[in-house]
Design a protein around this ligand. Structure first.
Ligand SMILES: [Mg+2]
Length: 386
């Protein structure tokens, strides 16, 4: 079944309530989606993670090397795209463009073969998945403390078993907000922290030492993504599990992370690190290093659905009768692009997700909303990047 067209869409929308984290603020969300169209009219959707306009350019560059190929031969297509970009993009935007196309190809494959992506990946080894809520971003609201408490109550009511907050504002502020949320969430909802590589080793260690007694689920991106030694030293010197990898690309990036023994939990984003095709390889690599995977996700329900199918297929490593369900990240911040544009088959009930049984990723794009939000040079927005 031949691929006859590839159409990238850059969608953007300003936010009602801007928010910030350790690195910058978000005033808008902006995402690059891609539609893969087959000769019989069947289509699939993919998504890239990162600066949307750049990913669109990457997709347009790759397009001539993919059109005319058989959509069922995803590894062959992936290799073509990889070899065409290797000399200029061993990590980064080209990988995100490859990822977007690859995810769309898997959605198409599922529709052509009338099977969910989880089955095509090799089958559902994990029927139940626990999403954790990503939120607790900061605003300039004078009632921020109270706002964060209300957000924590909402996640508890929704049944989430875990939630992640941002740190990286400096030791004093971090301790204030972590204690506040830990108090509000109690022991029933696990709390993870994420500094988005805001600290050096000594600063990260000091924060760990002051938080170890709170049973923190993990500390994500504590130090600079290139500071593999810092990661490894921190892991040695704290009881808090260390997570990272959303800035790594392809299996080669994760091999560096694992060789350094830098993390307990690897967090590849399948919309940036090579798509589902490369994620299968990263999963095998992680399994051989005995590392857990909890994918990073910061996009629409295309990205979230792809992560659900991927996680459902992850190996039990080690296996045992009574074990925790694997997790996926569920961004709960304001994002009209996520909530309006993509219809999906994922239900979060009692803090659990069951793997969708529809063909492909089990998603579709609402054409009206796509046209409303698509910019591709048609509409000005304050958007910086997704
Ligand atoms: Mg993160």
């Amino acid at each position: 079944m031949k691929i006859v067209d590839i159409i990238p869409y850059v969608i953007a929308q300003d936010l009602e309530k801007p928010f910030y984290f350790s690195q910058w603020d978000y005033k808008a969300r902006k995402i690059c989606l891609v539609k893969i169209i087959l000769e019989d009219g069947t289509y699939g959707w993919g998504e890239g993670y990162g600066p949307a306009d750049m990913i669109e350019t990457g997709i347009n560059f790759l397009k001539p090397f993919v059109i005319g190929e058989n959509v069922l031969e995803n590894e062959k297509i992936w290799q073509n795209m990889y070899l065409r970009t290797l000399d200029f993009g061993r990590s980064g935007i080209f990988n995100a463009a490859i990822s977007a196309i690859d995810v769309g190809i898997w959605d198409c494959k599922g529709k052509v073969l009338n099977q969910p992506v989880s089955v095509l990946l090799g089958g559902v080894k994990n029927e139940i998945i626990h999403p954790y809520a990503t939120g607790f971003y900061f605003t300039d609201s004078p009632t921020l403390d109270e706002d964060l408490r209300k957000e924590a109550q909402f996640y508890k009511k929704e049944g989430f078993k875990a939630a992640k907050m941002k740190v990286g504002l400096g030791l004093e502020k971090d301790l204030h907000y972590v204690h506040l949320l830990k108090e509000e969430l109690g022991d029933d909802v696990r709390l993870m922290i994420d500094s988005n590589h805001a600290y050096n080793y000594r600063e990260a260690l000091e924060l760990c030492q002051k938080l170890e007694h709170l049973n923190i689920g993990w500390f994500e991106e504590p130090v600079h993504p290139e500071d593999y030694n810092g990661y490894a030293k921190l892991r040695e010197n704290t009881s808090i599990p260390i997570a990272g990898g959303e800035c790594e690309y392809l299996k080669h990036g994760f091999k560096r992370l694992f060789d350094a023994d830098a993390v307990d939990i690897a967090q590849p984003d399948l919309c940036a690190t090579g798509g589902l095709t490369e994620m299968k390889r990263i999963a095998t690599l992680a399994s051989s290093y005995h590392k857990d995977i909890v994918p990073h996700s910061w996009g629409t329900w295309i990205a979230i659905s792809a992560a659900v199918h991927f996680v459902s297929n992850l190996d039990q490593n080690p296996g045992r009768m009574f074990r925790n369900a694997p997790m996926i990240e569920l961004d709960r911040t304001e994002n009209p692009l996520r909530d309006d544009v993509v219809s999906h088959a994922i239900k979060v009930e009692n803090g659990e997700i069951k793997v969708p049984q529809l063909p492909g990723l089990g998603i579709d794009v609402n054409q009206n909303y796509l046209e409303k939000y698509a910019i591709n040079n048609r509409r000005e927005t304050a958007a910086v990047w997704s």
